[in-house]
Structure formats: structure tokens, C-alpha cells
Design a protein around this ligand. Structure first.
Ligand code: SF4
Length: 451
């Protein structure tokens, strides 16, 4: 039996798809080269933006038409829609696309073994797949492992859901309230991925630094401290986490990061906006001043750390003055890079009915100003790094030149250097000697023995 997965959206979806792949493998299933030959096609969807849903709907439509074509040749496969859009739209997806066999929301992963069983039973027959009760569990259940075969980097989810209800965001509605994972299971997963040669772990959560176990007995900083001990014992060299929220970022977290060199010197800390008025309307729970003070603390503890962020422009009621406040904040912080979007109303969120929507043209113009400033900062920060000697993790072969390897510094900078495929997954030293676009060039890689 064979499976084919398409995964969209955030790293949490990637981690969850990896866990589902493991379940398939445990049942003896193998990967299909494409959806045209698989016994099961699973589309793991994202709901965060309207465009993400439109894309997923397009993919479902494509596989639905494929289903008709394959049926004409006597081939029968199961089409499964998972992830946030499956949670949000539920069974209505089946009405829209009768070719969809199973809708598996984020809280109903217990359906998956039953789906595999039903597809196996139907193998070679064209009868409809057995119905399975889509039992949503109020408590999200974490998979025991998210290890991707042959990988030297791994995601390890530590919490799920979000209680913040930022007014533009659909996540708390589709992923539910915050649930933290048992630290003993997290430690076990760190040991497991370490024993498979994983060098870098990224801890995941929708609001990762809100981690809280057993009524606050263990908080995020405590968990990070525990993770360092497990990583050291397991051979894991680099630790990262995503997605942190400025409102929950504690002094203890800064201290634990600063004291432990296993934490990569890069932090993604979404600011979203620089205007206090808009931050309040977004319900972000911090101000421009609070964000700057936090960055100052973080930089005081880790001067070498690079920062990246998310910026959402064109929120209802945004004025030129609000935009200026965001440009000012960007000047004050100087992010290495930023994911920049313009606001699109998301049905079901608090901001959906807010007055003062900004026209598409104005949103595009404002976004282009934000992007132009960010490009200037990125260029300047990267230029300042020329000549630095860095430790990098070798990620793969360059798509542009098969004789070059793509590597990443702990500050999340890309560098290419000559090398061979056998070096992939190793740590090496290089000198950032040139820059093409936003990618550093290096003349040679020196492997770090024993790392
Ligand atoms: S912190 Fe805000 S933006 Fe992030 S997932 Fe929670 S509600 Fe959404």
C-alpha cells in the first residue's frame, strides 16, 4: 500500500505530516512517487490566510478530478483532507467535493489508523471506503515521534493551540486552546531523534513560549533548561524554537538562552506592527515600547543574536502615522529578515467586522514601503558580516550548481561553498567571503571533526 502527502502551511503541519508518515510506515506502507499512483492521498491544509485555503481547495479539486480519471481505469484511492482547513470546514468539505473520503481535523488524528485500515480492506475493490466517526477530542493528542527518516534536523512540538486571540488570527479557532506536552515525552523524543543522528531541533508551538506543564510547575524556560541537558546527552548540537510571542517572553527564557550555547543565536519574534493603536486593535498584548525594551534585554544578554519578525500591514483603521510608527520600529530594531504581509479579512475572526478597511491599492503601496526598508536593512546587516568566520550546518546541494553546498549559520544566514554530497548533515567552518543577493559565498568548507 502506498501514500502520497501534500503539506501546506506552518512547521507544525510539517511535523504532523511527518508523524502521520511514521504511522503509515509502521503499517508497512511505502511512499508513492506521486498522487497518480498512490492508494491514499492526504492533503494537510492551512487556514491562516484565505489564499492558503484557496490553494488547498485547488489541490483538492485537482485530486478529485484525478480520482475520476483513475476510476475509469479501475483504480481506487482514498482522498483525505487534514489540518486546519479540515477543522474549520469539517464535513462541509465532503459536500463541496464528494470525492473527499475522509476529513480529519487537527483534534481527530486518532482517525488515521482506522483510515489506513479501511483503505487496506478496500484494496483492489471499487466499493466506497468505510465510514469512520470523526471524533474530535477536546485534548489534542501529540504523536509520539515526528522524526523524518534520514533527516539531520527535526521539529519537536511542545505545545499546541493558542489562548491569545489576536483579532486577525484564525489559529485559536482551528487549533483550539493551549495544551502543553508532557515534558517526559519531549525528553524521550529529543533522545530518540538524537539517537538517529539529528543535529538540530526546532521546538514548535503556535505560542511556544506560553508552554506550561502541570499548572505552571514547569514553564518554557524550565523546559528549555531540561532540553539542553537531554540534547547534550543525545548529540544534538543546535536548538531553536518557533513561534515565540513578545507578550510571553520572560527574563528566565532570555537567561537560559544566553547561558546555553546550544541555542542558536537567532530569534524569530513577530512584532506585527509598530503603532500602539494598531497593536491594541490587534489584541497583541504589548506596545511598541515594550517590544523595544524586550529586544534591548535580549541583545544585552546575547549581542551576537540576529532577529527576524512578521509584519502585518493594512489593518483596518491604519493611518499613515501608524505606518510611520512601524517604519520607525524597523529602523530601531533592524531585523535580519521579515515576513511581510498585508491584511486580508478572515471570516470568523474578531477583526472581520471592523470598520475602516484599507483599499487594496493603499495596502499594496504601504507594503512595498515596508519591503523596501527591510531589503535595505537585510543588505546592510549582511554586508557587515563579510569576513566573519562561522560554523555552519550543511543542508544540501545548491539548486544552481551541483558542485556547491547550501549551508546555514546559527544566525539563520545562508552561505554556499564548494563541497560534495557526502558532507550534507555535517557541521563545518567557513569564512563569509562574498555576497550574492542575500546568500553568502565561501571559498572552502572545513569539516568540524567529531561534531
Ligand atoms: S499569538 Fe496571535 S497570531 Fe499567534 S497564533 Fe495566537 S492568536 Fe494567532
Amino acid at each position: 500500500m502506498t501514500y502520497f502527502f501534500e503539506t501546506y502551511g506552518c512547521q507544525m503541519n510539517s511535523a504532523e505530516s511527518a508523524a502521520l508518515v511514521l504511522e503509515c510506515r509502521e503499517q508497512g506502507w511505502t511512499a508513492a512517487a506521486d498522487g497518480e499512483s498512490a492508494d491514499l492521498v492526504l492533503i494537510n491544509t492551512c487556514s491562516v490566510r484565505q489564499t492558503a485555503e484557496q490553494r488547498a481547495l485547488g489541490r483538492i479539486a485537482l485530486h478529485a478530478s484525478l480520482k475520476k480519471k483513475r476510476a475509469a481505469h479501475g483504480q481506487h484511492f482514498a482522498l483525505v483532507v487534514a489540518g486546519c482547513m479540515a477543522t474549520r470546514m469539517g464535513e462541509s468539505l465532503k459536500k463541496k467535493f464528494p470525492a473527499v473520503d475522509y476529513v480529519m481535523g487537527t483534534a481527530s488524528r486518532s482517525m488515521f489508523p482506522l483510515i489506513l485500515e479501511a483503505v487496506e480492506k478496500n484494496s483492489g475493490h471499487s466499493t466506497p471506503f468505510a465510514q469512520i466517526d470523526n471524533e474530535e477530542s477536546p485534548a489534542f493528542s501529540f504523536a509520539s515521534s515526528h522524526l523524518e527518516e534520514g533527516q539531520f534536523r527535526s521539529f519537536v512540538p511542545i505545545m499546541h493551540g493558542c489562548n491569545n486571540f489576536c483579532s486577525y488570527c484564525i489559529v485559536p479557532y482551528v487549533r483550539g486552546r493551549e495544551i502543553s506536552r508532557d515534558p517526559a515525552l519531549i525528553a524521550e523524543e529529543i533522545r530518540l531523534v538524537g539517537s538517529h543522528g539529528v543535529k538540530e531541533i526546532t521546538f514548535l508551538g503556535q505560542n511556544v513560549n506560553a508552554y506550561s506543564w502541570n499548572g505552571g510547575e514547569l514553564n518554557f524556560a524550565g523546559l528549555l533548561q531540561m532540553a539542553v541537558l537531554e540534547a547534550e546527552k543525545s548529540g544534538v548540537k543546535w536548538l531553536r524554537f518557533l513561534a515565540a510571542n513578545p507578550r510571553d517572553f520572560s527574563q528566565d527564557t532570555i537567561r537560559v538562552m544566553a547561558e546555553n550555547p546550544l541555542f542558536c543565536r537567532h530569534l524569530h519574534l513577530p512584532v506585527q506592527h509598530g503603532s500602539n493603536r494598531i497593536l491594541t486593535a490587534m489584541n497583541r498584548g504589548y506596545t511598541h515600547g515594550h517590544y523595544l525594551a524586550l529586544i534591548k534585554e535580549i541583545r544585552r544578554a546575547m549581542p551576537e543574536l540576529s532577529l527576524s519578525t512578521d509584519i502585518l500591514i493594512g489593518f483596518p483603521g491604519e493611518t499613515e502615522e501608524d505606518l510611520e510608527a512601524t517604519l520607525t520600529l524597523m529602523e530601531e530594531v533592524r531585523f535580519l529578515y521579515a515576513y511581510m504581509y498585508h491584511y486580508n479579512p478572515r471570516e470568523g475572526t474578531a477583526a472581520y467586522n471592523l470598520p475602516g478597511r484599507i483599499s487594496e491599492q493603499v495596502k499594496r503601496d504601504r507594503l512595498s514601503r515596508i519591503i523596501a526598508l527591510q531589503k535595505k536593512h537585510t543588505k546592510m546587516l549582511l554586508k557587515n558580516r563579510l569576513g566573519a568566520r562561522e560554523c555552519v550546518l550543511i543542508e544540501g546541494i545548491s539548486r544552481k550548481n551541483a558542485d556547491e553546498l547550501v549551508t546555514r549559520t546559527e544566525r539563520d544566514e545562508m552561505a554556499v561553498a564548494p563541497g560534495s554530497a557526502s558532507m550534507i548533515g555535517s557541521f563545518a567552518k567557513l569564512t563569509l567571503s562574498g555576497l550574492r543577493g542575500n546568500t553568502f559565498r565561501a571559498k572552502e568548507l572545513q569539516l568540524c571533526p567529531g561534531v
